[in-house]
Design a protein. Structure first.
Length: 199
C-alpha cells in the first residue's frame, strides 16, 4: 500500500521531524492491543522513524531433542542449533504472513508509515523485508575522500555503501548522546504544545 505522506516536506525548520505525520507516541500501545498474544514471548521491541515502524518480537526458543547420555547433555546445554532457529523463523514468517500484512495496512492507515517485521531468537535479530530509503547529500572533497578510502580498501562496495557504513558506526558510538538529543526534542515538542503560560 502506498504511503501518501512520504512525499510531503518537513513541517518544521531544521527538518528533524515531519509535522504533518500522525503522532506515533501511542504506537507501542496500539500494537500491544492489536498483536495476537501467542506470537511473541513478552512485548515486542518497536522502533519508529519518519518512514517506518519496525516490530521485532522474541520467538520462544525451540528446545532441541534431549541427548542420550550425560556427557552429551553437558556439552549441548543451552545450545540451540542454527537449523532449529531457521525453522522456527520460517514457520513464524509463513504462518503469520497474511495477518502481519493486515496489521501493517491498518498501522499504515493510522500512522502514515510503512511497517516492517522481524524476530529475535536466542539473542539474535532477524529482519524480514524492510525499507532502504535513499538519502541525498552533497559532500565536499574531504568527506568524499573518506568514502573513497573505504571503497578502495574493500570495506564498502560503493560510496553509498560507505556512507551507510559510517552512519551505522556513528550511531553505534553516539547512541547515548543521540538518545539524550531525542529526549530533548521530545521536551521541546511538549513545551510547544503547551504554549506560553498565563496568556
Amino acid at each position: 500500500m502506498r504511503n501518501e505522506h512520504r512525499g510531503r516536506g518537513f513541517g518544521r525548520p531544521g527538518g528533524w521531524q515531519q509535522a504533518d505525520l500522525p503522532d506515533p507516541a501511542d504506537v507501542p500501545d496500539w500494537f500491544a492491543g492489536r498483536l495476537p498474544s501467542d506470537w511473541f514471548t513478552g512485548s515486542p521491541v518497536i522502533e519508529i522513524d519518519r518512514d517506518e515502524i519496525v516490530v521485532i518480537g522474541e520467538l520462544p526458543i525451540p528446545q532441541p531433542e534431549k541427548p542420550t547420555d550425560s556427557a552429551s547433555e553437558a556439552d549441548t546445554a543451552d545450545k540451540v542449533p542454527n537449523a532449529t532457529k531457521d525453522g522456527a523463523i520460517a514457520r513464524f514468517r509463513e504462518s503469520t504472513r497474511s495477518a502481519r500484512m493486515q496489521i501493517a495496512n491498518e498501522a499504515q492507515q493510522r500512522y502514515g508509515r510503512s511497517v516492517a517485521w522481524g524476530v529475535s531468537v536466542d539473542g539474535q535479530r532477524y529482519l524480514f523485508t524492510h525499507l532502504a530509503v535513499p538519502v541525498m547529500t552533497r559532500l565536499r572533497q574531504p568527506e568524499r575522500k573518506v568514502l573513497d578510502t573505504l571503497v578502495d580498501s574493500g570495506v564498502a562496495r560503493s560510496r553509498a555503501d560507505a556512507l551507510a557504513w559510517t552512519v551505522k558506526l556513528a550511531g553505534k558510538h553516539a547512541e547515548a548522546w543521540l538518545e539524550e538529543l531525542r529526549g530533548a526534542m521530545r521536551k521541546v515538542d511538549d513545551l510547544r504544545s503547551e504554549g506560553p503560560k498565563g496568556l
